[in-house]
Ligand binder design. Sequence first.
Ligand code: URA
Length: 204
Amino acid sequence: PARALAAMADREPGSLEALNAIIRRAEPLVPGATQAVLGEGPLGAAIAFVGEQPGDQEDRLGRPFVGPAGQVLMRAMAEAGIDRSASYLTNAVKHFKFEARGKRRIHQKPTAGEVAHYRWWLDREIALVAPRLVVALGATAALALTGRQVPITRARGPLALEGRPCRGFLTVHPSYLLRLPDDAKDEAYAAFVGDLRRAKALAA
Ligand code: URA
C-alpha cells in the first residue's frame, strides 16, 4: 500500500474530488482512526480555515469541526459575520490520533513528522480550493502551512505564506479556549472573535 500511495502521490490530482479520493484511500499514519476527515466547503471560498486534526466526533461522523471545538468556531464565525457555508474548513492532519482510556479516546497532538507527512495533501487542497485568505487555527496549522514553528502569542495576526497566492492569518485554536479557566474564557473568546473579524476584512 505504501508503494501504491507513493505512485498515486506522484500524479498531481487535477481536482479536489481526485485529491479527496487519494486521501480517503490512505491508511492513517498512526492506526486507529475510523476514517479520513476531508475538507468541506466550496471551491473559491473567500476564507479557508485550517485546524489541527479531526477530534473524536469528527472521526465518527467524518466531517470537520462538528465537535465541541467546532461549535466554538461556528459561534465565533457567526459573531464575526463569516458565513460557514461560504467558507472552507479543513485540517492539517486528516486522521484522528488518540490514546484509548477505557471507553474514552483522548486526543493526541500530532508530531511534526506527522504534520509533514500530511503536508503534501494540504498544499494541494489549498491550491485547488484557492481561497483569498487561509486562517491557521493554532500552531499545528501554522507549522503545516509554513513549514516553521510559529509562536502564536507573538505571531498572532497576518501570516506570510511564502509561495502561495493567498494571504494568511494566524489565530488560536478554538480548543484552547475550551481549556482556559472560566475567568479567562470571555476575554480570550472576544479576542478570537476580534481575530476572525480582522480575517474577514483581509479576505474582502
Ligand atoms: N479540532 C480540529 O483541529 N479540527 C477539527 O476538525 C475538530 C477539532
